[in-house]
Every structure is written in C-alpha cells, then in structure tokens.
Design a protein around this ligand. Sequence first.
Ligand SMILES: C[S@@+](CC[C@H](N)C(=O)[O-])C[C@H]1O[C@@H](n2cnc3c(N)ncnc32)[C@H](O)[C@@H]1O
Length: 345
Amino acid sequence: MRAMDDLADVVDFYRHFAQQEAKGESRTFELWAAGVADDPEVLALLEQLPSAKRQPNLVFGAARWHRAVTPSGYADPGALRETLLTRWPQVRETILARSTQTNEVARCATLLPVLGGLEGPLALLEVGASAGLCLHPDRWSYRYLDDAGAQVARVDPSSGPSPVVLDCTVRGPAAIPPSLPEVVWRGGIDLNPLDLSVPDTARWLETLVWPEHEDRRARLAAACRVVADAPVDITRGDLLADLDAVVDRARSQAPDATLVLFHSAVIAYLDDAGRRQWQQLAHDVVARVRAAGGRAHWVSNEGASVLPDVTATATCAGEGSDFCLGLDGSAVGWTHGHGRRLTVC
Ligand SMILES: C[S@@+](CC[C@H](N)C(=O)[O-])C[C@H]1O[C@@H](n2cnc3c(N)ncnc32)[C@H](O)[C@@H]1O
C-alpha cells in the first residue's frame, strides 16, 4: 500500500483512487474520492487518523456503515461529506476499530483452472484469507464465458449446482477442469481472521463492496450462507512469521494431499522488503515439502507491480486485467482484480 504520511500524499492518493481505481467501477466512489481531494474541511478530519487508516475504501466503508447514502454524489444530502462532517466521532471510531478485508469469492473462478491442473487431492492453505471464502472452491458453480458472453464451460460441485454461480470471461488456452478439485484440508492465516458466525462481520464485508456492485454484494451474502456450516480454521497471525507452523499442521493432517499455498490481493499489504521475503518463503516452503517427498505448489494472484519477478515472466498482455496469476513463481496469465476475467497466456 502506498503511504499517506502527510496531507499532500492524501490528496494525491484520493485523486489517484478517483481516476485510476474507481473510474469505470464505481461512479459514487469516483465522485467521493475526487470530492475529498478538494475539500480542506474533510482533509483536516482525515489528518487526525493514523496514516494507515486514511485509505478511501476504509473511510468510505465506515461512512456507509453510518448510513451515508449510495449511490450519490460527494455533497448530495446524506452522502459522504455530510456524514463525515456531522457524524465524525462515530465514523472515526469505526475506522479505528475495523479494517478493509474484502473477501471476493469470485477470485476462485480465476484460480480454478490452475487448481484443476494440480494432482489431487488438495490441501489448501491461504495466507490473507480474511473470512476464508476463497478456501471453498469446491462449493461454488462456475460459468466461463467468451467475450460475447456465450458460455464456453460450466463446472458444478459434485453435489449439484451451487446457489453461488461465479461468471468469468476467459481468454487464451485456459484448461477448465471438467469437475471441481477434491479438497481434503483447508486452513489459513490472517492478521485479523473474520468470523462469519458473528452477524456484524458479514454485514461489514457487504458494506465494503463498492456501491454499484450489487451483483458482488448479493454473491457475497449467498457465499456466506453456503459456508456457514463449514467454518475453516484460520490462524490469527502474520504470513511471514507464522507460515511454517501452519504448513506443518497441513502436512501432518493431510500428508498425502498436494499442499497449495495461495493468496490473492494480500501481498500488496507488505512493504518491498516483506514482498521479497514472502517470495523467498513461498519458494522455500514448496522446496521443503518436495524434499520431504510431498507435493506442493505456490499459487499467487496479485497486482502486477506486487511480485515483479512473477509478473516479468508473463508472455502475453493483460488486456485490461491487472492482476498477475502465478504458479510456482511463473506467470500463468492475467486476472481481473475481482475475478471477472481470466486471460491465460
Ligand atoms: C484484500 S483482503 C483479501 C482477502 C482474500 N484473499 C480474497 O481474495 O478475497 C487482504 C487480507 O490480507 C490480510 N493480511 C494483510 N497483511 C497480512 C499479513 N502480513 N499476514 C496475514 N494476513 C495479512 C488482511 O487482514 C486481509 O484479510
């Protein structure tokens, strides 16, 4: 994440967010972020926050939690500006107490062609698992579409179609598996694991989904219901410090499974040194398991600039998708950050 240490950084960050991240995805957040960048009164409020808490997704999510209406323009009645100025103590408390941990189940659709190509059964270990929705790729239905929107493949759980159907536009030689992988172990690590059995947790996750993304919000709510009967053990900890212990647990509980160490939209939270350390650690874990006679792979799905060594191996262009999908440190292709598209090189 880029730092927002002084006010000039905050202004730049919100302008960049409006133009590069929200534009084309959420008109409300585009207008809100542009509005904040030009509003000294609101910027003075953000300045009271620790720099890591000044990010638009968190500030906007907290404002919506306190009933900022959406969709809306920045200064519309009841929208962002009014909410921040009139309910700042409550919004501030929410910002300080919570964090942005969007859990995007649709990313499973971009991971499935990689998972489906690995020898099963699988032991899935996700770092930065949030509420763990991506640890259940065997619980969703998948529809792969061509650029014209025609279905090219559909995959359902062995028990029948899921109420959660993930649509993904696919380009290039993606090997869509005919059936879903068998998962015999799943576990994760997160700095702050989210417990979906706490009612506020699912509601906060839904609040974090951008205003116009009604399809994502409905899918998230349905996915939370599907996995309510299958809580996953997500260790509270740091992915650099605590990985070895969780790998050992996976190996001892599922010694015959292929260990899949994976993550999406997580490594961006580390600084450059942490990202390099993570890359080495992931390679080391895979090598260690293989040296002991086991099977292991590392699957990464991160923004193009996050793991530059992986991105540098891509042999095709992203064509509008800016997450790089990697297998064991080599790029497989490109994905849309919210799982809407997959381009295999
Ligand atoms: C944007 S969410 C992505 C969640 C999930 N991987 C997905 O694709 O939906 C990033 C998650 O990474 C977690 N995280 C960030 N830094 C971490 C660290 N150093 N160790 C463990 N988890 C971390 C956050 O708490 C958050 O839940």
